[in-house]
Design a protein around this ligand. Structure first.
Ligand code: UD1
Length: 355
């Protein structure tokens, strides 16, 4: 039985890698790996495939760049013949990126079962492209694989029948363990001395100077107390060049890091400052405090049980969160089933559902 696994953007690769390994090890199951090409730079894509031990994709769709409509449409056009050719029993999509909804939509209209990994997460903020992708994907998903309790509650409230939902845990954390292990094997060391790790790429934060400037102002001030390392997403790169930092700032701009290097650096950071969903989860699993530069999160367990604090996007709220972090760094617990074994449970749920 063939299942198509779809990967498009950086955080997808982290979730697909453990799933691919577990599916390949399952007798009677053949995973077919499709890379949509949504992310295409070597540092955003190729490096991830190599570090995560993923093979070359069976199909590469080269549908990166462009507006949301163009990107989504290109992925759909190029994915349809792949599904036709492969005739899979299911198409598995992960996360909330444009590749997720594009491929789910194609599969469902071809009467192929859609499995959504990381289903049910909701920020309740429909100005986020990811929230639209989550809602639209879950509206046509057949099997919902869920990372945390809030996902279960959201899907139940939306009327999804219980037998189609499985809490399997967090595949991102499977990859985090794998990456730390590879880092140890390679003798990779974290940078010396205390530092904070920054990432920013949400459109609402980085697509205008008016939004990005106040964030950089706050980060610049924080960096006078703790040096900050900032691997920069391509989306953020050009705008960052136009923004002056406050006097005495110690922010080091870096190229995007591969997953092994990033995991090693994150594990030793004093704090993470980010707008990424995945990093909210990874810091919770690592016990590293995280200040999230957003007003909401679709991953509430990271705040309720984990080390995450919503710091907002205004300099005053970010600096207040920073002061409070210095007084009392948040300690947390690892959420249930974030144990590095989620892929086995995900594949078992898929096999059970397809029979
Ligand atoms: C996408 C996802 C986001 C995810 C993020 C992880 C959507 C709607 N958004 O956002 O949820 O958290 O990936 O990184 O799917 N670019 C490059 N090289 C690359 C990739 C992108 O230069 O390898 C450029 C693109 O040309 C574009 C910009 O970066 O100008 C944004 O890329 P895009 O894939 O549209 O969205 P992301 O911001 O990466």
């Amino acid at each position: 039985m063939k299942i198509v696994l779809v990967a498009g953007a950086r955080p997808n690769f982290m979730k697909v890698a453990p799933l691919y390994r577990a599916a390949a090890a399952e007798p009677g199951l053949t995973p077919v790996l499709v890379h949509t090409g949504q992310h295409y730079d070597d540092r955003m894509s190729g490096q991830f495939f190599r570090d995560l031990g993923l093979p070359e994709p069976d199909h590469y769709l080269a549908a990166g760049g462009g507006s949301h409509a163009v990107q989504t449409a290109e992925i759909m056009k190029r994915f349809e013949p792949v599904v036709e050719q492969e005739g899979p029993a299911a198409v598995v999509v992960v996360g909330d990126v444009n590749s997720t909804i594009a491929c789910a939509l194609v599969a469902k209209k071809m009467h192929i079962a859609v499995v959504h990994v990381e289903a049910g997460l909701r920020s309740f903020d429909r100005s986020m492209p990811e929230e639209i992708n989550r809602l639209a994907t879950d509206a046509i998903t057949d099997l919902f694989l869920v990372t945390e309790e809030s996902g279960l509650a959201n899907l139940r409230r939306e009327g999804v029948p219980e037998e189609r939902i499985r809490l399997v845990g967090n595949l991102m954390i499977d990859s985090l363990h794998w990456n730390l292990e590879r880092g140890r094997e390679a003798g990779l060391k974290a940078p010396a001395g205390p530092y904070g790790l920054v990432t920013l790429h949400r459109p609402a934060n980085v697509d205008s100077t008016e939004a990005l400037s106040p964030l950089m102002e706050a980060l610049g001030r924080i960096s006078t107390e703790l040096p900050l390392r900032f691997p920069v997403h391509p989306r953020t790169r050009d705008r960052l060049k136009t923004i002056a930092l406050p006097e005495g700032s110690r922010i080091e701009y870096l190229e995007p890091a591969g997953p092994v290097e990033f995991a090693v650096h994150l594990a030793s950071a004093s704090v993470a400052l980010t707008d990424s969903g995945g990093i909210q989860e990874e810091t919770t699993a690592l016990g590293v405090p995280c200040l999230t530069l957003r007003d909401n999160t679709e991953r509430p367990v990271t705040v309720e049980l984990g080390t995450n604090t919503l710091a907002g996007t205004r300099p005053e709220s970010i600096l207040a969160a920073w002061e409070s972090h210095k007084r009392n760094p948040k300690a947390g617990r690892v959420p249930p089933l974030w144990d590095g074994q989620a892929a086995g449970r995900a594949v078992a749920a898929i096999v059970e559902n397809l029979q």
